[in-house]
Design a protein around this ligand. Structure first.
Ligand code: ATP
Length: 503
């Protein structure tokens, strides 16, 4: 697992997906830059989300609010007072960790043991294996499960009651060690606010303290009435937004999983009070379907319903994904009640109510939120797509099986040799296709090596121009995943590729 994760990080750099930020100055911790291919993949994921959330829903519209917001926003939202992480320092290594994450990682190890037992049993019993029954009755597994559940329950309870001493006690009882040095010499647990502060205005005395937004959601809430009125929206309706958010995270080395600057894709769905339960279920189902539509494999997802709820929620679940370091949150779906709008009413003194013509009454709507990290989605897609495959002839190939709709370049056009007029024909094909999708031209090295390079870069199709092309205007299309080649007329190429890659 660790090996695979290292390969993922190295591959992301080598193939122009992700670079460490300001690398010539040795980088900046937990900050990354998206490179020439990464920016395309990221854009495609964003667009895939936007189409599914905004374009096909007549009752969901988008906005793009600013990163800077009036500072009272963050008082009203609860972030100034409650957006904290419990931190703990190791006295020997002087390293700082999130206390809750240390405990969760401990639990993840127990879950890893459970998965191993399941895999072993599955092998032993084959098709007749009943996983549910095994989980419920196998003595060792039941013990592991109870242990994991007990720990998470206690952690949740202590955090909810701000009982930081108990969080420390839990870490000590479990004998959790500093993951880097093995030392178990811990300080007390302290709360630490995650928002980045900055100043607006030039002169020292008139400058105003601001925060970089830690989530995009509040930009939607403060615009709720503007959008509702100008768009003449009728409840239920949604407002969607993608954009940067900033959190001063204490970071475990998990690449782009947890960054200090990241991008969110959020949608707030406004509903009648007391209908939130149904809408919560609807959006849970809808969002899981969106994930499954990409074909990364249903076994890689699971819901994790929260027992400990954030200050604003009456129900919450995570869609977790099997990252290289285990199942972790990819997306959150929260029933946020009327908490945000009510508090903005309170702090702003402005009414944020909706007049419901069917009920003939005004109310503050309830909200269901779907919130996914674009960078985490990127990591899910990228890590899941990277494979080392054994081929029939005994060699191996590295292939990045990114779903074709998300792939950065959809096709590469390759002249078989760099002479006899083949490059000219290939360039002409590039010029025809480039108006419809990202396409590359590559004439360096033997064609076999070029196929491997495109496989590793994630390009779903290679179009090869050879001598036969000059005679009959046909080319071969090679498919990345099956490596099959098909001979087609040049004028068919565009439609074949669009059929597989168009969103
Ligand atoms: P975590 O528990 O992992 O810190 P969270 O519960 O704080 O996440 P939310 O506040 O619900 O996360 O944010 C919604 C989504 O934003 C998350 O599901 C995740 O995909 C993404 N996200 C949150 N923090 C980060 C981060 N530091 N880097 C990258 N993505 C993030």
């Amino acid at each position: 697992q660790d090996e695979h994760f290292k390969k993922v990080i190295a591959h992301a750099k080598e193939y122009g997906y992700i670079f460490p930020s300001s690398e010539i100055y040795d980088g900046l911790s937990a900050v990354y830059d998206y490179a020439q291919n990464g920016v395309e993949l990221k854009k495609n994921i964003r667009e895939y989300w936007w189409k599914a959330m905004v374009q096909i829903h007549g009752n969901i519209v988008g906005i793009d609010a600013s990163i800077f917001m009036h500072p009272t926003t963050w008082k009203a939202s609860g972030h100034v007072d409650a957006f904290n992480d419990p931190l703990i320092d190791n006295k020997d290594s002087k390293k700082r960790y999130r206390a809750d994450v240390l405990v969760e990682d401990y639990v993840a190890k127990i879950e890893g043991k459970i998965e191993k037992e399941v895999a072993k049993a599955q092998k032993r019993f084959g098709a007749s294996f009943d996983k549910e029954q095994f989980l419920a009755t196998n003595a060792r597994v039941v013990k592991y499960r109870e242990q994991a559940e007990g720990i998470l329950k206690r952690l949740g309870r202590s955090l909810e009651h701000e009982d930081l001493a108990d969080v420390k006690a839990l870490i000590e009882e479990l004998e959790i060690a500093d993951p880097e040095t093995g030392s178990k010499n811990w300080t007390d647990v302290k709360q630490f606010n995650l928002m980045f502060g900055t100043k607006l205005g030039a002169s020292a005395d008139s400058a105003m303290d601001l925060y970089l937004r830690p989530e995009t959601a509040q930009g939607i809430f403060v615009n709720f009435l503007n959008v509702q009125k100008t768009g003449r929206m009728k409840i239920p309706f949604g407002i969607a937004q993608t954009g940067k958010a900033f959190r001063n995270e204490i970071v475990a080395r998990q690449f782009i999983f947890r960054q200090r600057e990241f991008e969110q894709m959020e949608m707030q769905f406004f509903v009648r009070p007391n209908t939130q339960k149904e809408w919560y279920e609807t959006w849970k189902e809808n969002r899981l379907k969106w994930h499954l539509s990409l074909g990364l494999g249903p076994d890689n997802y699971r819901f994790h319903d929260h027992e400990k709820l954030a200050h604003y929620a009456d129900a919450a679940t995570d869609i977790e994904f099997r990252f290289p370091f285990g199942f972790k949150e990819l997306e959150g779906i929260h029933s946020r009640t009327d908490f945000d709008l009510r508090n903005h009413e309170k702090y702003s003194g402005k009414k944020l109510q909706y007049f419901d013509p069917e009920l003939n009454e005004s109310y503050v709507p309830y909200v269901i939120e779907t919130s996914i990290g674009l960078d985490r989605m990127f990591l899910a897609v990228f890590a899941n797509s990277l494979r080392e495959e054994e081929l029939d002839n005994g060699t191996t190939r590295t292939v990045l099986r990114i779903p074709a709709v998300l792939a950065p370049a959809k096709a590469a056009v390759l002249p078989l040799v760099k002479k006899d007029g083949l490059p000219e024909v290939a360039r002409k094909i590039v010029d025809e296709l480039k108006w419809d999708f990202m396409v590359q031209y590559d004439d360096k090295d033997a064609v076999g090596r070029r196929y491997r390079r495109q496989d590793a870069a994630g390009t779903p199709f290679c179009i090869t121009v050879d001598h036969q092309t000059l005679e009959d205007n046909t080319v071969t299309i090679r498919h990345r995943d099956t490596m099959e080649q098909q001979r087609v007329a040049i004028e068919e190429v565009r439609a074949i590729i669009l059929k597989e890659t168009d969103m």
